[in-house]
Design a protein around this ligand. Structure first.
Ligand code: SF4
Ligand code: SF4
Length: 266
């Protein structure tokens, strides 16, 4: 329901069908399923929907308006009454039942924001963690060395979670097996003679690459080359000009600008 969650939670239709199937199979209960849209995307899922339908589960396309215990007929007395609009028949229905099972959307954990801050990874608008590339690297976060496995990235069913987890484990093993990391060519570097350890670069670096440490009796910034992405934010923010990006120092940029500037007087 877009009024509550804008994204498709992907698994709700299928777990609702699974519950319905079990209730029919185990205790032969009458089962009614209210739905807005039935999405059965997966190998054998549509067939499962048809099987559950053939088992006698009643599907009603329409939103539930309310669940009430106010009976208006003899049959409704002592029951919960589900009031809904059957949009295919175009009429209001009242169904007396013993039990109502809600099938809510999967949502991120309450502490997802805290985890994201701890590992410097990004959350999507939905609150799930953002992958580096939705199609090619869904198991990798934007932060080197931090991998995503399962429903922290988006709602997934069990087969998708297993595949995603295996992909994350393989990506981590690849780094361990290689025994080294390939760093960016243009990364930040500190001129120790100019740095006065103010910590602005550490505060501003999204990748936690810059860190001020005590060295030689004074505070000074250092850059973790494996984490630095060479974004240049620290170099712009550094008040003393101590931070620069390799191959893009002030002198190098100045030389490039001069080379590009029109030559005066022929
Ligand atoms: S912002 Fe500049 S001066 Fe301040 S700690 Fe970082 S490198 Fe040093
Ligand atoms: S260049 Fe970017 S990633 Fe590297 S230390 Fe500076 S702010 Fe951090």
């Amino acid at each position: 329901d877009k009024n509550y969650r804008e994204y498709c939670s992907k698994i709700c239709c299928m777990y609702a069908l699974k519950h319905a199937h079990h209730l029919r199979e185990k205790i032969n209960a009458d089962v009614y399923e209210m739905y807005i849209d039935m999405r059965c995307t997966g190998d054998g899922y549509e067939e499962f929907y048809e099987r559950v339908s053939a088992e006698g589960v009643v599907f009603i396309k329409g939103k539930v308006a309310e669940v009430t215990d106010r009976a208006i007929t003899e049959e409704e007395k002592g029951k919960l009454v589900v009031v809904a609009e059957d949009t295919l028949l175009g009429r209001l229905v009242r169904i007396p039942v013993d039990m109502v099972i809600l099938c809510p959307a999967m949502i991120p954990r309450a502490d997802a924001g805290e985890v994201a801050r701890m590992f410097s990874i990004t959350q999507k608008a939905t609150g799930f963690f953002l992958e580096r590339h939705a199609k090619l690297e869904p198991q990798v976060s934007a932060m080197d060395g931090i991998f995503l496995a399962g429903c922290c990235q988006c709602p997934k069913d069990i087969p998708d979670s297993v595949s995603h987890g295996r992909a994350a484990a393989a990506a981590a093993l690849e780094i361990i097996d290689r025994g080294s990391v390939v760093t960016e060519a243009a990364i930040a570097c500190v001129d120790k003679t100019l740095c006065h350890g103010c910590g602005i670069c550490e505060d501003i670096c999204e990748f936690r690459a810059a860190k001020v440490i005590l060295k030689g009796g004074r505070m000074i910034s250092t850059v973790n080359e494996a984490l630095c992405k060479g974004c240049g934010v620290c170099a712009v923010a550094c008040p003393s000009g101590a931070m620069s990006i390799k191959h893009f120092t002030r002198d190098e940029l100045s030389t490039m600008v001069k080379a590009l500037a029109p030559v005066e007087n022929g």
